[in-house]
Design a protein around this ligand. Structure first.
Ligand SMILES: [Zn+2]
Length: 202
């Protein structure tokens, strides 16, 4: 099993997500990892969407194995003032992922309804890329809506420790939910163990 969402190279391999534009060359050079190029929604305000669109095309062409991420929406108190910049930048990332047929790696905090609306609209227009929502913590009813659009999920120690973890995750089909470490590669073995236990709680 590989790590489906991390920001640090480690021996399990997996999807190494950029956080800022400055990360891209480091991410591309990491051995044994699958690079993902993007700008995290926390940094949306500092990014020029036109420049990111141009750079994504260049990097995705140069790295045919690469994905797109991290991108997404974060409407928590600390970040919701940047909502408009986040939406614009997310569309840039989704457009690039669709054109290059790559997976988009999504962050979504307090924005599940809006993300769903936006992905459905792309699905209706035939421009929806493959996508993964990391640190998924929504109810199963909402998971089903994203699954219907072809989405997959990853969860880490924080999500798997939640009292509602079994209720949220145990009914998501095998092959649609995966382990992640995000900023904590040292958690990998614990995450794998917790993830395995989840499968017996359905
Ligand atoms: Zn992340």
């Amino acid at each position: 099993m590989k790590d489906y969402h991390t920001h640090h190279p480690h021996s399990a391999g997996g999807f190494l997500n950029a956080v800022t534009r400055e990360d891209w060359d480091r991410v591309a050079a990491a051995e044994g990892m699958q690079p993902c190029f993007g700008v995290h929604p926390w940094h949306a305000r500092t990014a020029d969407p036109a420049q990111i669109a141009f750079d994504l095309d260049e990097y995705l062409t140069r790295y045919p194995q690469a994905g797109v991420g991290e991108t997404g929406l974060d409407f928590s108190v600390a970040h919701r003032d940047d909502a408009e910049a986040q939406r614009t930048l997310l569309q840039v990332h989704l457009g690039a992922a669709f054109r290059h047929d790559r997976m988009a790696h999504l962050h979504c905090v307090r924005a599940h309804e809006e993300l769903l609306r936006l992905l459905r609209e792309r699905n209706r227009c035939g421009t929806l890329p493959r996508f993964l929502i990391h640190a998924w913590n929504g109810p199963h009813e909402l998971a089903r809506e994203f699954l219907a659009l072809g989405g997959i999920f990853s969860v880490g120690k924080r999500e798997l420790s939640h009292p509602r973890a079994a209720e949220r995750y145990a009914r998501i089909p095998v092959g649609k939910i995966f382990p992640e470490t995000d900023d904590h590669p040292e958690d990998w073995k614990t995450v794998l163990a917790m993830f395995a236990v989840l499968r017996f709680q359905a």
